[in-house]
Design a protein around this ligand. Structure first.
Ligand code: 13P
Length: 132
Protein backbone atom coordinates (compact mmCIF):
# COMPACT_ATOMS: atom_id res chain seq x y z
CA UNK A 1 0.00 0.00 0.00
CA UNK A 2 1.04 3.59 -0.57
CA UNK A 3 0.93 5.57 2.65
CA UNK A 4 1.43 9.33 3.06
CA UNK A 5 2.97 10.57 6.31
CA UNK A 6 2.68 14.25 7.15
CA UNK A 7 3.23 16.07 10.43
CA UNK A 8 3.13 19.72 11.34
CA UNK A 9 6.17 20.92 13.26
CA UNK A 10 4.80 20.51 16.77
CA UNK A 11 3.59 17.00 15.87
CA UNK A 12 6.80 15.71 14.34
CA UNK A 13 8.02 14.08 17.57
CA UNK A 14 4.69 12.26 17.76
CA UNK A 15 5.08 11.10 14.16
CA UNK A 16 8.60 9.81 14.74
CA UNK A 17 7.45 7.93 17.85
CA UNK A 18 4.47 6.52 16.01
CA UNK A 19 6.37 5.35 12.94
CA UNK A 20 9.03 3.84 15.22
CA UNK A 21 6.38 1.97 17.22
CA UNK A 22 4.82 0.51 14.06
CA UNK A 23 8.02 0.24 12.03
CA UNK A 24 7.45 -3.45 11.26
CA UNK A 25 4.16 -2.61 9.57
CA UNK A 26 5.40 0.51 7.78
CA UNK A 27 8.41 -1.42 6.46
CA UNK A 28 6.03 -3.55 4.37
CA UNK A 29 4.56 -0.56 2.55
CA UNK A 30 5.59 2.28 0.26
CA UNK A 31 5.98 5.48 2.21
CA UNK A 32 5.54 9.05 0.96
CA UNK A 33 5.93 12.22 2.99
CA UNK A 34 6.18 15.96 2.90
CA UNK A 35 9.78 17.17 2.90
CA UNK A 36 10.75 17.69 6.52
CA UNK A 37 8.59 14.89 7.88
CA UNK A 38 10.14 12.50 5.35
CA UNK A 39 13.68 13.63 6.12
CA UNK A 40 13.20 12.97 9.82
CA UNK A 41 11.65 9.52 9.24
CA UNK A 42 14.54 8.54 6.97
CA UNK A 43 17.16 9.78 9.44
CA UNK A 44 15.54 8.76 12.73
CA UNK A 45 13.56 5.63 11.87
CA UNK A 46 15.69 4.39 8.96
CA UNK A 47 12.80 3.63 6.63
CA UNK A 48 12.82 4.52 2.92
CA UNK A 49 10.49 7.40 2.13
CA UNK A 50 9.67 9.17 -1.12
CA UNK A 51 9.91 12.83 -0.16
CA UNK A 52 7.86 15.60 -1.71
CA UNK A 53 8.33 19.33 -1.17
CA UNK A 54 7.90 20.68 2.32
CA UNK A 55 4.24 21.33 3.18
CA UNK A 56 4.34 25.14 2.89
CA UNK A 57 6.12 24.80 -0.46
CA UNK A 58 3.55 22.51 -2.07
CA UNK A 59 4.09 19.10 -0.49
CA UNK A 60 0.48 18.76 0.65
CA UNK A 61 -0.65 19.53 -2.88
CA UNK A 62 1.69 16.92 -4.35
CA UNK A 63 0.19 14.30 -2.08
CA UNK A 64 -3.25 15.63 -2.99
CA UNK A 65 -2.39 15.09 -6.66
CA UNK A 66 -1.61 11.44 -5.92
CA UNK A 67 -4.98 11.09 -4.21
CA UNK A 68 -6.71 12.65 -7.23
CA UNK A 69 -4.98 10.09 -9.47
CA UNK A 70 -6.12 7.31 -7.10
CA UNK A 71 -2.49 6.52 -6.35
CA UNK A 72 -2.60 6.91 -2.57
CA UNK A 73 -4.10 4.32 -0.24
CA UNK A 74 -3.89 6.00 3.17
CA UNK A 75 -2.94 9.38 4.63
CA UNK A 76 -1.67 9.85 8.18
CA UNK A 77 -1.58 13.58 8.81
CA UNK A 78 -0.68 14.67 12.33
CA UNK A 79 -2.10 18.18 12.23
CA UNK A 80 -1.38 20.88 14.75
CA UNK A 81 -4.80 22.39 15.49
CA UNK A 82 -3.34 25.05 17.80
CA UNK A 83 -0.95 26.82 15.43
CA UNK A 84 -1.98 28.82 12.35
CA UNK A 85 -0.34 27.46 9.18
CA UNK A 86 0.60 29.77 6.29
CA UNK A 87 -0.54 27.07 3.87
CA UNK A 88 -3.84 26.28 5.57
CA UNK A 89 -5.66 26.30 2.18
CA UNK A 90 -3.37 23.49 1.01
CA UNK A 91 -4.08 21.50 4.17
CA UNK A 92 -7.81 21.93 3.65
CA UNK A 93 -7.50 20.95 -0.01
CA UNK A 94 -5.64 17.75 0.86
CA UNK A 95 -8.25 16.72 3.40
CA UNK A 96 -11.01 17.58 0.96
CA UNK A 97 -9.50 15.38 -1.76
CA UNK A 98 -9.20 12.48 0.68
CA UNK A 99 -12.92 12.85 1.29
CA UNK A 100 -13.70 13.19 -2.43
CA UNK A 101 -11.94 9.89 -3.17
CA UNK A 102 -12.80 8.29 0.21
CA UNK A 103 -9.16 7.62 1.01
CA UNK A 104 -8.62 6.68 4.67
CA UNK A 105 -7.23 9.76 6.42
CA UNK A 106 -6.16 10.16 10.04
CA UNK A 107 -5.57 13.65 11.39
CA UNK A 108 -4.32 12.51 14.79
CA UNK A 109 -2.38 9.66 16.34
CA UNK A 110 -5.39 7.92 17.86
CA UNK A 111 -7.08 7.46 14.51
CA UNK A 112 -3.76 6.67 12.84
CA UNK A 113 -3.25 3.76 15.23
CA UNK A 114 -6.60 2.25 14.30
CA UNK A 115 -5.86 2.68 10.59
CA UNK A 116 -2.41 1.12 10.80
CA UNK A 117 -3.70 -1.84 12.77
CA UNK A 118 -6.48 -2.13 10.19
CA UNK A 119 -3.85 -2.09 7.49
CA UNK A 120 -2.06 -4.97 9.18
CA UNK A 121 -5.36 -6.83 9.40
CA UNK A 122 -6.03 -6.27 5.70
CA UNK A 123 -9.11 -4.12 6.24
CA UNK A 124 -8.72 -2.17 3.03
CA UNK A 125 -11.81 -2.93 0.96
CA UNK A 126 -12.98 0.68 0.63
CA UNK A 127 -12.20 0.90 -3.10
CA UNK A 128 -14.47 -2.08 -3.79
CA UNK A 129 -17.27 -0.39 -1.84
CA UNK A 130 -16.61 3.03 -3.37
CA UNK A 131 -16.47 1.82 -6.96
CA UNK A 132 -19.59 -0.34 -6.82
O1 13P B 1 3.43 21.52 6.60
C1 13P B 1 3.27 20.33 6.51
C2 13P B 1 1.94 19.78 6.19
O2 13P B 1 0.95 20.76 5.98
C3 13P B 1 4.38 19.38 6.71
O3 13P B 1 5.47 19.75 5.92
P1 13P B 1 6.92 19.27 6.34
O4 13P B 1 6.90 17.80 6.52
O5 13P B 1 7.81 19.68 5.22
O6 13P B 1 7.25 20.01 7.62
Amino acid sequence: MKIALIAHDKKKEDMIGFVTAYKDIFAQHELFATGTTGKRIIEEVSLPVHRFHSGPLGGDQEIGAMIAKDEMDMVLFFRDPLTPQPHEPDVTALIRLADVYQVPLATNMGTAEVLVRGLKGGFMDWRKLRDN
